[in-house]
Design a protein around this ligand. Structure first.
Ligand code: FES
Length: 162
């Protein structure tokens, strides 16, 4: 039969010499370490799965460039308010302007002329040339803008709700 000895505080000691309060402290520290590790893994996964809220772009109209700046199947990034936007010319010579902020986690998208699609390099998200999210993690389409050519300038403005 194993006899239990008592420590200074009257708590029973185990054969290795650790008292019950000490064991509780070690258990709590280990438990806290495990919870901290789980949180460190869970937070990035949650940030990946839950996209940030849509942020207003600011200004209503901006000159994105001059006619002739981009050729068919070409593109450029320009500032629309405080955020980047994408101006592209389709192979048919039509201008399109979209927000360049990926709706997943906010990376800047780019036009892939080889695929005729808009691509987000961060997590391989794909949008069509109308900004619709077609594959990968993006949960929403890109905001599409109106494009006008005025006096040799390419003017991009927000679409007005009718
Ligand atoms: S930020 Fe994840 S796909 Fe664009």
């Amino acid at each position: 039969m194993v006899s239990k000895t008592r420590g200074v505080t009257g708590e029973p000691e185990d054969p290795n010499g650790a008292s019950a309060p000490r064991r509780r402290i070690v258990t709590a520290l280990l438990g806290g370490g495990v919870l901290g590790s789980l949180a460190a893994f869970a937070y990035p996964v949650l940030r990946y799965l839950v996209p940030p809220p849509v942020v207003d772009l600011g200004g209503d109209e901006v000159v994105a460039g001059k006619v002739g700046d981009i050729k068919p199947s070409g593109s450029k990034i320009f500032r629309f308010g405080t955020r980047p936007a994408l101006l592209l010319m389709t192979a048919d010579g039509e201008y399109r302007a979209l927000s360049a902020v990926c709706t997943h986690l906010g990376c800047t998208v780019q036009y892939r002329s080889d695929l005729h699609e808009i691509w987000c390099a961060c997590h391989n998200g794909m949008y069509d040339l109308n900004g619709r999210n077609i594959s990968g993690p993006p949960p929403r389409p890109l905001e599409a803008f109106q494009v006008h050519v005025r006096g040799g300038e390419i003017v991009v403005s927000r679409k007005r709700e009718a």
